[in-house]
Ligand binder design. Sequence first.
Ligand SMILES: Cc1ncc(COP(=O)(O)O)c(C=O)c1O
Length: 406
Amino acid sequence: MDINLIKSQFPIFTKKIKGKPLVYLDSSNSSQKPTSVLNSLDYFYRNEFSNIGRSIHSLAVNATNKYEETRTSIKNFINANSKDEIVFTKNATESINLVASTFGQENIKKGDEILITELEHHSNYVPWHYLRETKGAIIKFAPINDDGDIIISKLKELITSKTKIIAVTHLSNVTGTIVPIKEIVEIARKKNIPVLVDGCQSAPHIKIDVKDLDCDFYAISAHKVYGPTGVGILYGKKKWLEKLPPYIGGGGMINEVNKDKITYASVPEKYEAGTMPTAEVIAFNESIKFMESIGIQNIIKHEKELTNYALEKLKKINSVKIIGNPKNKAGVISFVIKGIHPHDISTIVDEEGVAIRAGHHCCQILHNRLNLSATARASIGVYNTKEDIDILCKAIENCRKVFELK
Ligand SMILES: Cc1ncc(COP(=O)(O)O)c(C=O)c1O
C-alpha cells in the first residue's frame, strides 16, 4: 500500500495551513475527499444533471440508474441481502432518528425499555430520548469499564421483558473501542430483541458484514467514508422496513394518493421522500470504489500500525494521558494533558498545521462517566502517515513548552 499515492488523490493535502503542510487528524469528525469523489460531483452537475425517479427522458433515466448503482455498491460493501434493504438518508443521525421514530410509534409504550450504552454519540441517544419524552419510555445505559469496554455481563443483566430495542455503536468516536456487536446480537436474539448498530465510525475502519453481524439496523454517514456530506444510509432488514410505518411524507414515497386514502411505495422508496441528494449519492459510489481499490484489509493493517505507533509515541510524552485502553481499538485517540485545556491544545497544534478535535465529541455521557469535561482527539484516516504522528507529537511538545509544563 503506497501511502504517498493514496495521499496524492486528496487535493486538500496540497494546501498549507498557517504556512505549514496540513496534517489532518480529524477524520472521525469527517474525512477528506479524493479526486474521484470531487470529479463525480462536478461531472454530474455539469453533464448529467437531472432529478431521479420522476421524468422518463434520457438524463433522468441515466441519473436514476447511477443513483441505483450506488445502492447496489453499498449493498455489496456491507454484505446486505438485497439492495432494497439500503435506504438513503441525510446522514447516520437521520438514519437513527428514522428507526427511533417509526419503531417507537409502533412498538414503544409507557414503561418500555430502550437499552443503549455509555459509549453512545448523542445521535444514538437523543432520538431515543424523544421516546422517553413523548411515550414515557425508559432508557438504560449499559456501563463501560475504565478501559472503555462495554461490560457485557452488565448489559445482559439490564435486559428485561420490557426491553424493546438495543441501540449500540460499533466503534466509539472517543475511545476507539471496537464493540463486539456479534456477541450483543446473539444475546439480543435469544430474547427476540432487535438491535440497531451505529456504524458511523466503523464504516471507514473495519469490515462490515451485516449478514454476519445479524443486526436489524445499521447506520452510516457517507462523509466519514471519504464521500460527500448530505448522504447517509440506513440498512434495515427487509421485514422491518416493510413492517414499520413511513417516516417523512411527500413525493416519491407513495403508491396511490386519493382524497380519502394514500398507499405507500414499497421499500426502500417508502423512506425516500422528496428530492434526494442525487449528485451526492452518485459520488458516494466513488468513495466506496476508492476504499475497495485499496482493500479494507490493507486499510485495517495500515491504520493499526499507525495507531500503535501513535499510542507508543504519545505515551512517552510527559503528562499526556490517553483515554481508554479497550481490548480492540481503532485509530481514534483521545487524550488529555494535565494543566492544558483541550481547546488550547487544539489551538496551539493548529499553528503547526495539525488539525485535531477538542471538546466532548458529542459524548457527554461518556465524558461524565470518565470524570472529564473535554478531551483532545487525534483520529486517523487512510491517508495519514508516521510523519503526521511525528508532527503531532512535536506540536504537543511545543504546547507543553508554551504552558511551561515539566
Ligand atoms: C459514533 C457516531 N455516531 C453518529 C455520528 C453522527 O454522524 P452524522 O453527524 O454524520 O450524522 C457520529 C459523528 O461524529 C459518530 O461519531
